[in-house]
Design a protein around this ligand. Structure first.
Ligand SMILES: Nc1ncnc2c1ncn2[C@@H]1O[C@H](COP(=O)(O)OP(=O)(O)OP(=O)(O)O)[C@@H](O)[C@H]1O
Ligand SMILES: [Mg+2]
Length: 308
């Protein structure tokens, strides 16, 4: 297999801080790879190294067939990069912003015009093409940033939190476009803090303190990674039930989920009947307990617990 993105023991230090720690990655052509991790985990630093913008301290990698250290300039011809704070020109219109970015790669006016029309079509920006960027809502701004990042037809697209702060409908629209790009053969490397977006990726990687602690398809991550057992518990009054569970020595974690409590217990925990009796004795009524499968968010929190 020829990987589109590959990292081998990729490491970056900032003084004493190891921001990315011996990261190994292998990503296939046309894959949507989601990169998850808490703030400061090393996601953006990884992207900056893979884009050839930041030199690794040690280790290396290849992107689009180019070495990230020796051929960092060539990498820029095959990738698009929508950074966490993508630089749109607010006093330029949608068309002018796209022309600016296309003009960095193409010189002929006719080619710039042709690519602009293609990208406006592809990213469905037509209704706002004459608007100044500063007058666009958050969702449309992100669409324009995406259009600008792909105006030179990259094979690989890095997206650093492209949907941060935009509403669910705009996010869904943006994801529809991302799927179309992937179906056309583009490889997507995307960071997000939205767990439901992680489910949309072909594979996801969890990075924690610079280390990749899991990497697999979302379904497999959910069924294999979380060692603890997860239960949904209902009981009245709910706040008291929460307090009792929180203070129980068996309980690892407990959280409110609508009218249920999600309770994390040790791996293979089989003392639920006893726990139920205990709750009953302490005045909790209408108790219902069932074991549930973890969501990506549960796995994320569990990995964070295991890794800290
Ligand atoms: N230029 C720099 N100089 C010093 N430290 C840095 C630099 N860039 C990043 N770091 C540190 O490296 C660590 C990883 O940062 P990075 O921006 O990669 O995290 P992140 O996973 O993208 O976080 P977020 O979710 O908040 O965007 C952090 O501790 C950060 O403070
Ligand atoms: Mg970041």
């Amino acid at each position: 297999m020829v990987w589109t993105i590959e990292a081998n023991k990729l490491t970056r230090r900032f003084g004493e801080k190891v921001a990315v720690d011996q990261l190994d990655l292998q990503i296939r052509p046309g894959e949507i790879y989601g990169f998850l991790g808490p703030n400061g985990a090393g996601k953006s630093t990884t992207i900056r190294m893979l884009c050839g913008i930041l030199a690794p301290t040690s280790g290396g990698g290849c992107v689009g067939g180019f070495d990230i250290v020796q051929e960092s300039e060539s990498i820029k011809t095959v990738i698009g990069y929508m950074s966490q704070h993508f630089g749109l020109y607010h006093d330029l219109t949608v068309e002018e912003n796209i022309d600016f970015y296309t003009g960095l790669y193409l010189k002929k006016r006719s080619e710039i015009f042709r690519e602009r029309e293609r990208v406006i079509q592809e990213i469905e920006l037509k209704p706002y093409r004459k608007y100044l960027a500063k007058h666009l809502s958050g969702g449309w701004k992100q669409k324009l940033a995406l259009a600008s990042a792909i105006s030179h037809r990259p094979k690989i697209l890095f997206l650093d939190e492209p949907t941060a702060g935009i509403d669910p409908v705009s996010r869904r629209t943006l994801w529809d476009i991302l799927y179309k790009l992937a179906q056309s053969g583009m490889t997507l490397f995307i960071t997000t803090h939205y767990m439901e977006e992680a489910e949309r990726c072909n594979r996801i990687g969890f990075i924690w303190n610079g280390r990749l602690v899991a990497s697999d398809a979302p379904g497999r991550i959910k069924s294999t990674v979380m060692r603890e057992s997860l239960f949904s518990i209902q009981g009245e009054p709910m706040e008291r039930c929460f307090d009792l569970l929180k203070s129980s020595s068996h309980v690892i974690d407990v959280n409110f989920y609508g009218d249920e409590l999600h309770v994390v217990m040790p791996p293979g925990f089989d003392g639920m009947d006893l726990l139920k009796e205990e709750l009953k004795e302490k005045g909790i009524e209408q108790i219902s307990i069932r074991q549930i499968s973890p969501s990506i968010e549960d796995v994320f929190v569990s990995l964070s617990r295991q890794s800290s």
